[in-house]
Write a new protein. Structure first.
Length: 338
């Protein structure tokens, strides 16, 4: 959801290594100095480029670059992708153990479907229409719209205590505390920069989690447990369910505009078919459970689980717009990822 000032991929339209504590790199990168003098870092794992540098540095990272310092003063350069097509297809999980729906157990992996009844907010709540419509979705698709906002992430309601898994293998770039007093864990894929302030041009997010098990700079493997689903959604918590949201945030163009991409576009090839089949099975089973076969009718274009391919982050102001914690909340300012 787009709510917390810290809940963002910080735009990096003008960036310099000068004056910063360092820049972290996940995986192998190549540096090019001045007139073609270059060297590479072949080993995977983080390293730091300290404050000193010679001339301009350009990072050979999937077609985009970061300009760095010279002469003790900041030099600026654009830091963004030409399009979301530059995002690497490396996602191996959806943040939890998802499997095709099993009618015998009523589960889709660790996601309970059979017997789940969505919570209903009373009509005297000022957000009742919005919240009750949203609560029809045990799995909320990317691009779901309400009022003037479009959701940039997938949201899953899971039994309280469900482990949260890393979406990808890479390096933890940021673990900020959110407005909801829980956390977001943001991981950058190999070959992507992460500065000491937790900023990067691409980040794979698991948002609204508690008890984080990792910190900035840690290397993680896809499928590794990194946290637990959050219990902040008071309506679902009362029924024994928590929440986790996942997303792929990226900066676009020369101004570093913050965007999110449909997650199902970026599954790793080795798991893509299995993950899409499981996601489709989940949607079919939940639609049947609530007796609404058209619930996810729009969520197969452009990809499974998405109403659109990309969403640009919007600016909101003040509280929790979902009404999940504070009645009457309407948003809280800042460009957000979650």
């Amino acid at each position: 959801m787009k709510r917390s000032p810290r809940s963002e991929v910080a735009p990096w339209p003008q960036t310099s290594v000068s004056g910063r504590s360092g820049v972290m790199f996940a995986g192998p990168v190549t540096f090019i100095f001045g007139e073609g003098l270059s060297f590479g870092i072949g080993k995977a794992g983080p390293m730091k480029l300290r404050d000193s540098c010679i001339g301009f540095v350009f990072l050979a990272l999937a077609g985009f670059g970061l300009g760095a310092c010279g002469g003790g003063s900041d030099s600026s350069a654009s830091f963004g992708l030409n399009s979301s097509e530059k995002i690497p297809s490396v996602m191996e999980t959806v943040g939890f153990d998802l499997a095709p729906f099993d009618a015998a157990s009523g589960m889709a992996g660790t996601m309970k479907i059979a017997g789940v009844v969505p919570p209903k907010v009373p009509g005297n709540d000022p957000n009742s229409v919005e919240v009750n419509e949203r609560n029809h979705y045990l799995f909320l698709p990317f691009g779901y719209s309400e009022k003037n906002d479009t959701d940039p992430q997938w949201a899953f309601h899971l039994p309280l205590g469900t482990p949260v898994l890393s979406l990808i293998s890479g390096m933890v770039c940021d673990v900020p505390i959110l407005y909801s007093n829980d956390y977001s864990i943001r991981v950058v894929p190999d070959g992507t920069t992460c500065d000491s302030g937790g900023r990067a041009p691409i980040m794979f997010e698991t948002e609204h989690v508690i008890d984080p098990l990792v910190k900035f700079g840690d290397r993680v493997k896809a499928g590794q447990r990194i946290a637990t689903v959050s219990d902040y959604d008071r309506n679902w918590k009362a029924m024994g369910y928590g929440l986790v949201e996942i997303g792929i945030a990226y900066n676009l163009g020369n101004d570093g505009s913050p965007w999110h991409a449909c997650p199902s576009r970026f599954f790793a090839p080795k798991v893509k078919n299995a993950m899409l089949n499981s996601l489709d099975s989940l949607m079919t089973a939940w639609s049947a459970e609530v007796g609404n076969p058209a619930l996810y009718a729009r969520a197969n274009s452009p990809e499974s689980g998405c109403f659109m391919a990309d969403v640009r982050n919007s600016v909101r102001g003040g509280g929790d717009p979902s009404g999940r914690n504070d009645p009457g909340g309407v948003g809280d300012g800042g460009v957000g990822c979650g």
